[in-house]
Design a protein. Sequence first.
Length: 173
Amino acid sequence: MRAVRGWTLLAGLFVLAMAVWQIKLYSSDAYEPEGNGESMTNKAPESTEPEHTKANLTSIQPVIRILSYDEGVAYYVDWLGFKIDWEFRFAPDKPAYMQVSRDNLFLHLNEWEEGPFGSNAVAHVDDIKALFKEWKARRPDWDGTVFKTPWNVLRIDLEDPSGNHIAIQQDLD
């Protein structure tokens, strides 16, 4: 069942990326047989303009699985500077599901035993050096670095106590 959820998430992200990049796949009814019916060609609809509704996609909120509520709060809230927007439990002794945010970045932290560990996410920042100094002041023993990538961004790679990876980056262009 876990594999199905993972593939469902991957398919959803693929569809979202296609929408963002305005890539359109044509349904099977756009294919028409030619000649003897043995070969098929892709015939696009006449209009090549993307079809949009009045709705705008405004954000994506990754769900990150955490092993422990206390470790998650210590890492995301106490160190990285997020705040807890809300949390939910079916009962006081049950795992938590919560939303944390900082500025315009929202993450869902999931303590339930579903979903994979080792999620990957990329967040963008407008002043990575200031953020680095803030985090270093909170944890002087942190050995993180700001580095420049071949794709021309400044980047900090983070790994939380549950093995999830978040890259924080600032575009240089």
